[in-house]
Design a protein around this ligand. Structure first.
Ligand code: DX5
Ligand code: ZN
Length: 215
């Protein structure tokens, strides 16, 4: 079963609760947290996640594009995240392992994220304990960028590693996902599709979500 996770990065932040209601046909809600250091952009933080939690029952998939994420895992878990993704490039391996441990202690689902440059093998030390791996299909930082076709090979390699070490693990893709690219990433092994501009750029959000499912 394919899950669709609209990214609120492309929503109208002044009407966030309405914008969230408009994507209730989706499965998860993707929340992009950026710190202006790991990526050259600043977005939302803990209080906004808390407010989102109070206005929806949707599964909150929180993508942390921040340096040294271990510092904030507990705070985002308390704010109501259901799953947290930390970037493998954002800290030393021991601190990434520590971040995953804190997620476990807090009862949130655990994911690691890979920039396009990062080798699929970098997930190996953590793979068996993960609920999800996030493969970026654009350079993290901004919505509305063009899909990187060469990341299809990364998706295939990550899926092959999962089949071997953790068959129940989700594989999420993020960046440039639209009705044209969705079938390609699904064929390569993705099962959770993040979509910002292709959902929030459409006037009929339900139809945009169904289009990603291929309906
Ligand atoms: C980019 C973010 C994405 C972004 C995707 O760094 O991680 O979640 O919202 O936007 P689109 O779907 O427009 O590429
Ligand atoms: Zn994201």
């Amino acid at each position: 079963m394919i899950k669709i996770a609209p990214s609120i990065l492309s929503a109208d932040f002044a009407h966030l609760s309405r914008e969230i209601r408009e994507v209730s046909a989706a499965d998860w809600l993707h929340v992009d947290v950026m710190d202006g250091a790991f990526v050259p952009n600043l977005t939302i933080g803990i209080p906004v996640v808390q407010s989102i939690r109070a206005c929806t029952d949707m599964f909150l998939d929180v993508h942390l594009m921040i340096e040294k994420p271990v510092r904030y895992i507990e705070a985002f878990a308390r704010a109501g995240a259901d799953l947290l993704s930390v970037h493998l490039e954002a800290d030393h391996p021991t601190r990434i392992a520590e971040a995953l441990k804190v997620m476990g202690d807090c009862g949130v689902k655990k994911a690691v994220a890979l920039r396009p440059i990062t080798s699929p093998n970098a997930i190996l030390p953590y793979l068996e304990e993960l609920d999800m791996v996030l493969v970026m299909t654009v350079e993290p930082g901004f919505g509305g960028q063009a899909f990187m076709e060469h990341q299809l090979e990364t998706i295939r390699q990550v899926r092959a590693l999962m089949e071997r070490y953790n068959p129940g693990c989700h594989l999420e893709v993020d960046g440039g996902i639209a009705p044209k690219t969705a079938p390609l990433v699904i064929e390569a092994g993705a099962d959770v599709l993040v979509a910002g501009s292709s959902v929030y750029g459409a006037s009929d959000r339900t139809a945009a979500i169904q289009a990603l499912r291929g309906a």
